[in-house]
Ligand binder design. Structure first.
Ligand code: UGA
Length: 441
């Protein structure tokens, strides 16, 4: 089966590579010629575990290729996936659909036989219809369908999420399109993956509802964590205690510095905008957006507390700059808000991240930040050690060594990796989220 994918960002590249691995002939198309040249040489623009070797394998076995020319790229494709970016529009927070519509126009100019155009980009309800109208207007004679097939993969575990998904959602209303898309996902039938066929609008909304629900779950536990601190309760036990109820589930109940990344912040905001457009109540998600923004701004308060309100002149080590582990993605990361605030308070920063250093250096061009390429050297002579992202290499630190390196043994753990009692026993001033000190005295 011939498939083409427009856009070689996270979703396009991972989906294309995994479909090639399933045995399809995949052509990935991107107008960035340098990126395409690199990809053909097996050079991957993002850090995603397992992706590089899978791309190289499928290039060698001639199931995937990367091109810049759209009309060549989509020739003989039975399905064309649109996987271009839909960032938040700066002026109003709506999803910016200009790349999707541009792709639709280009496809329209080149179609010459029945094809299913599949929206994999995260797009607001009604976009599939707009894509259909754009193509129909430009190319009246050609037969085609437009389907919605949202992607649910997570950065850092994207390959596994694509190959072993909880479900596949396909929004399409014609049998012809359904047949082709069933064929695309046939390899997943063996794993008994639920494949949910819906109306196109329903599939579009499922994506936003899923991300907004997960963001709501995180925000809920973050707010409960704040309450725990005030009433003397332990949020970790609350998470376990509620998560064991099968109706609630234990995932996405880890409190932290607020969610970030390229999806939750943008998609919650876009869903709120859609609700406004349709005069529909979505106060819950509106609150989630506000609460998460505020949380990121308030993260500095925990470090202030650890410094006994004397941040000026302090040297702070930050471990973890990306929005989550196993990615080099800095988009909407809590570090983007916290680091400038610490600098404003007169701190100097020593920073380390296993994969995000290069992206972080581009964002922060400030002489008060020293960059390190290893965990321990970043701690030398610091007043406070801060763990902001829970990379595996920060989960079993050698605290004897850490104590020797730091000026004072103070740790602010935004991901609750360590046990407060044990940290106290080894002589650390330890601060975490939603686990008040008096519980562990
Ligand atoms: C998210 C969704 O989980 C995917 O299903 C979806 O496909 C993707 O967005 C997308 O729309 O493309 P991702 O942004 O890669 O995936 O990362 P997550 O693992 O969901 O984490 C998002 C944020 O929530 C991170 O900042 C993470 O630290 C935070 N988080 C997550 C918590 O603070 N607590 C938790 O319990 C879980």
């Amino acid at each position: 089966m011939n498939i083409s994918i427009i856009g070689t960002g996270y979703v396009g590249l991972v989906s294309g590579t995994c479909l090639a691995e399933f045995g399809m002939n995949v052509t990935c198309i991107d107008n960035n010629s340098e990126k395409i040249k690199n990809l053909n040489d097996g050079i991957i623009p993002i850090y995603e575990p397992g992706l590089e070797s899978l791309v190289k394998k499928n290039i060698n076995e001639e199931r995937i290729k990367f091109v810049t020319n759209l009309s060549d790229g989509i020739k003989n494709s039975e399905a064309i996936f649109i996987a271009v970016g839909t960032p938040s529009r700066i002026k109003d927070g709506h999803a910016d659909l200009s790349f999707v519509f541009k792709a639709a126009e280009e496809i329209a100019n080149c179609l010459n036989g029945y094809t299913v155009i599949v929206n994999k980009s995260t797009v607001p309800v009604g976009t599939g219809k707009k894509v259909f109208d754009i193509i129909k207007k430009k190319n009246k004679s050609v037969e085609f369908d437009v389907a919605s097939n949202p992607e649910f993969l997570r950065e850092g575990s994207a390959i596994n999420d694509f190959m072993r998904p909880d479900r596949v959602v396909i929004g399409c209303e014609s049998l012809r399109a359904k047949k082709i898309l069933s064929e695309v996902y046939r390899p997943l039938y063996l794993l008994e993956t639920p494949i949910l066929f819906t109306k196109r609008e329903t599939a579009e909304l499922i994506k936003y509802a899923a991300n907004s629900f997960l963001a709501t779950k995180i925000t809920f536990i973050n707010e409960i964590a704040d309450l725990c601190e005030k009433v003397g309760a332990n949020v970790s036990d609350v998470s376990i205690g509620i998560g064991l109820d099968g109706r609630i589930g234990k995932k996405f109940l880890h409190p932290g510095p607020g969610y970030g990344g390229s999806c939750f912040p943008k998609d919650t905001l876009a869903l709120v905008k859609t609700a406004h457009d349709y005069n529909s109540q979505l106060g819950l998600v509106e609150h989630v957006v506000r609460s998460n923004d505020l949380r990121k701004k308030n993260n500095i308060n925990l470090i202030k507390k650890a410094s006994v309100n004397k941040l000026n002149g302090k040297k702070i080590t930050i471990l973890g700059l990306t929005f989550k582990p196993n990615t080099d993605d800095m988009r909407d990361s809590p570090s983007l808000i916290l680091i400038p605030k610490l600098l404003d308070e007169g701190c100097s920063i020593s920073a380390y991240d296993p994969e995000g250093l290069e992206s972080a250096k581009k964002v922060f061009d400030d002489k008060r930040i020293s960059w390190f390429d290893e965990t321990y050297s970043a701690m030398v002579d610091s007043d406070i050690l801060v763990i902001l992202t829970e990379w595996n290499q920060f989960r079993a630190l050698d605290f004897k060594k850490v104590k020797r390196l730091l000026k004072t043994p103070t740790l602010v753990d935004f991901r609750n990796i360590y046990n407060p009692k044990e940290m106290k026993e080894i002589g650390f001033n330890y601060f975490s989220i939603g686990r008040p000190e008096e519980l562990f005295l």
